[in-house]
Design a protein around this ligand. Structure first.
Ligand code: FE2
Length: 189
């Protein structure tokens, strides 16, 4: 079986992702994000994806980073239920291993009151390998992952490097705090 030119295939995907956004008139919406995520599924099925991601991590890199701080491709493992959180950028995902419930939210408030937020759940879907999801541009760059036992791994493309400081939401009290993923991503820990 011929070996895949993984670097070339990743660059072709990134190029296609730009083309898809352009074909949708520059709009980042359900239609364009779904098209990008469907296009990304091919890479999410690679058997050597974890080895490629590990090798990139050892170099201090993601699977792909545009040099100008643009599109970023990464393999992420979610060992447990995450907090409801922002990213600082829009993004798409395609499941690689494991299963989860994926919850996507948008803001219902106008963002004028620091520390307060009302969220609306717009999508809750079962995600298994080959399935896709996405989140919108800020301020609607919000989701939560609820993996099954053993966690879930997902190929993720974001429109720019993920923000180091995120918003972490308390849905019961309609509040949020600003903090780092290291401190707040896994509240059950
Ligand atoms: Fe996330």
């Amino acid at each position: 079986m011929p070996e895949i030119d993984t670097d070339g295939a990743i660059r072709a995907f990134i190029s296609d992702a730009h083309s898809i956004v352009a074909q949708h008139g520059g709009q980042v919406n359900d239609a364009s994000l779904a098209d990008i995520a469907h296009r990304m599924k091919e890479i999410s099925r690679w058997k050597n994806l974890e080895a490629l991601a590990d090798a990139a991590r050892e170099r201090g890199e993601r699977l792909y980073s545009e040099p100008d701080g643009g599109f970023q491709l990464m393999l992420a493992h979610f060992p447990a239920t995450t907090a409801v959180h922002t990213h600082g950028a829009w993004g798409v995902m395609a499941a690689h291993q494991g299963k989860e419930w994926y919850r996507q939210y948008v803001r219902e408030d106008d963002g004028s009151a620091e520390g307060e937020a009302r969220l609306k759940l717009v999508r809750e879907v079962r995600i298994e390998p080959g399935d896709i999801g996405w989140w919108y541009s800020p301020p609607d760059d919000i989701h939560q992952q609820v993996p099954d036992e053993g966690g879930a791994s997902e190929l993720i493309m974001m429109s720019e490097p993920p923000a180091s400081e995120r918003l972490y939401f308390d849905l019961d009290h309609h509040t949020y705090i600003r903090d780092t993923p290291a401190a707040r991503h896994y509240p059950a820990r």
